[in-house]
Design a protein around this ligand. Structure first.
Ligand code: UFG
Length: 321
């Protein structure tokens, strides 16, 4: 079974490559290294390149017979997507369609797509299930929702089967310490908190203490990146068994506030972690928690590392490697 992993040198993609290799799959990684690292790819074949390059894609698809494609190569910064929407629509939508069209041309009919909780916008209720209205409030979320909608049309017209996995807050690192989060610039809470713990950063800025939550800071649903990779593995098995297109929300169903994350990180690291209070960050909903019953029931997904301390401990091992 040969799988094309687009964006396999990035944070989540590199954990996926490891999971696929452990499962006995043959892996071809395609990555332009704009946000990933060559040394994060722990095996298989690596191809440097971009999904905007149709002739490269054509060469890859004519050389390899893929059972499925997994697509992790997106821009992910909400704030940047507001400043530079063209960058997001070009890569996350247009280049993704280029990839899908190549799949259709070469009759590769299974696709696993990294979607996001950002497609829901400001939640109307929590926990958020798959039926929750889709009302993205920034170009990043819109770019992902556009692709989800296109995938429905590609299934109806071309029989391309897809699974959309809507991540809540991916966090943690490979429990064996082989790979972890390396965004540049880093914008995510847990790695920033741990950089403040290790001294790489002076302090962690808390964006708003006046939200309608018990301690006033925003609540998020953190999911271990290895549990995310496992969900992709199950989604792949589902499609390979002839399963229908579907979408799943992926989180643990437990919300932790920014302050709770900082407190847990102080416990795990034994470091003081200085904080500074800041204004709210634009576009942050107060509470984002997933209802992931569908993937548990339909694919049998069971998170192994749902404990926040474990998520932080693995990320800390990576930070202090
Ligand atoms: N936060 C801080 N200080 C920081 C960084 C973050 O207080 O230095 C807060 C944020 O305001 C937010 C929480 O920590 O309340 C989590 O922020 P992250 O940036 O880690 O994650 P987000 O919830 O903003 O974003 C994640 C994904 C996005 C996705 C979004 C879905 O990273 O790609 O969930 O809404 F779009």
């Amino acid at each position: 079974m040969k799988i094309l992993v687009v964006g396999g040198a990035g944070y989540i993609g590199s954990h996926m490559v490891k999971r696929l290799l452990q499962g006995g799959a043959e892996v071809v990684t395609l990555d332009n290294l704009s946000g990933g690292y060559r040394d994060a790819v722990c095996g298989g074949t690596f191809i440097y390149g971009d999904i905007a390059d149709s002739s490269l894609l054509s060469r890859i698809f004519s050389t390899h017979a893929f059972a499925a494609v997994m697509h992790f190569a997106s821009y992910i910064q909400v704030g940047e997507s507001v400043q530079e929407p063209a960058k997001y629509y070009q890569n996350n939508v247009s280049n993704t369609l280029n990839l899908l069209d190549m799949m259709v041309a070469f009759e590769v009919k299974r696709f696993i797509f990294s979607s996001t909780a950002a497609i829901f916008g400001e939640p109307q209720y929590t926990p958020i299930d798959e039926q929750h209205p889709k009302n993205p409030i920034n170009p990043y979320g819109r770019s992902k929702w556009m692709v989800e909608q296109a995938l429905g049309d590609y299934d109806r017209a071309y029989g391309l089967k897809s699974t959309c996995l809507r991540y809540f807050n991916a966090a943690g690192a490979d429990p064996d310490g082989e790979m972890g989060e390396r965004h540049d610039p880093e914008t995510h809470l847990i790695p920033l908190v741990l950089q403040a713990a290790s001294g790489r950063r002076e302090q962690i800025r808390v964006f708003g203490r006046d939200y309608d939550t018990p301690d006033g800071t925003c609540i998020r649903d953190y999911i271990h990146v290895t549990d995310l990779a496992e969900a992709h593995w199950l989604a792949l098995a589902h499609l390979l068994a002839g399963g229908d297109s579907c979408a799943f929300n992926l989180g643990n169903g437990n919300g932790f506030s920014v302050q709770e994350v900082i407190d847990a990180a102080r416990q795990v690291t034994g470091k003081p972690i200085p904080c500074a209070d800041e204004q709210r960050r634009a576009g942050d909903p107060a509470r984002l928690v997933a209802d992931s019953r569908r993937i548990r029931e339909q694919l049998g997904w069971q998170p192994r590392y749902a404990d926040l301390d474990k998520i932080i401990a693995d990320a800390w091992r990576w930070e202090t490697r």
